[in-house]
Design a protein. Structure first.
Length: 61
């Protein structure tokens, strides 16, 4: 899987999370955008905690 595939998957998961969770999802999405900018490795994690909520988001390693 390429880096762009990982970024796309992470972005999709966070957008889906934002639709369900509101501000918590938006905070998650901002985190992923910053991760793209600094080139961190992204991994999907269905139980990442964001703003106290369990949401499908990407965990930064």
């Amino acid at each position: 899987m390429s880096t762009s595939d990982l970024q796309h998957d992470a972005r999709f998961a966070c957008q889906s999370s934002a639709a369900r969770l509101g501000t918590a999802g938006k905070a998650c999405h901002r985190t992923i955008v910053r991760a793209h900018m600094v080139g961190w490795k992204l991994e999907m994690n269905e139980t990442a905690e964001v703003g106290g909520d369990k949401s499908p988001c990407a965990r930064l390693n």
